[in-house]
Design a protein around this ligand. Structure first.
Ligand code: HEC
Length: 145
């Protein structure tokens, strides 16, 4: 085999490896304002807000999702968003179904989110929306001021 073809092979292999590596590590950086906030606004804030126009339901579960400090503080169940750890973030778990809190007195179950209106069936967020919320939290839950 000629030196040039070996060199071409090595070069080709290198390119192949770097391109597969790039696609695996090339995770899009989630943009809070563009990717996450619209989901919260559309599906969550009508209940998780201190907006005085929604006085009956404000801060459901003690959680506000339209205020950075309050959102990271969490709700009645404690911290709902754990930056860097979507797996243990209650907010993420609730998007897939109800969660029973392990150390509460009467085995309190929190309903799946977004909570449906009375009499309606639970309609989960889309898989894409759930995936991007997970990704946002795993990337550190960056929420610009
Ligand atoms: C129709 C009103 C409503 C909507 C819409 C809604 N929630 Fe809730 N949420 C509630 C209520 C009420 C509770 C308290 C429920 C309970 O304790 O069982 C709650 C509790 C929670 C909790 C637990 C808070 C804690 O610390 O105890 C999280 C997290 C949460 N919601 C996230 C969300 C997210 C994310 C969305 C949007 C995808 C959403 N919710 C949409 C009404 C709503």
């Amino acid at each position: 085999m000629k030196i040039t073809s070996i060199a071409t092979m090595i070069l080709g292999l290198g390119l192949l490896m770097s391109s597969t590596h790039a696609s695996a590590g090339d995770e899009k950086k989630v943009d809070f304002a563009a990717d996450i906030q619209p989901i919260f606004k559309e599906s969550c804030v009508k209940c998780h807000s201190l907006d005085p126009k929604k006085p009956k339901k404000h801060g459901a579960g003690g959680l506000l999702l339209d205020d950075k400090a309050a959102a990271f503080k969490g709700g009645k169940a404690g911290k709902d968003i754990i930056p860097g750890n979507s797996k243990d973030s209650l907010l993420v778990k609730l998007l897939s179904g109800p969660v029973t809190l392990p150390d509460s007195e009467e085995d309190k179950e929190i309903k799946a989110m977004p909570k449906p209106k009375k009499g309606e069936k639970w309609k989960p967020l889309s898989d894409d929306q759930i995936a991007i919320i997970r990704q946002w939290i795993d990337q550190g839950a960056n929420w610009p001021d």
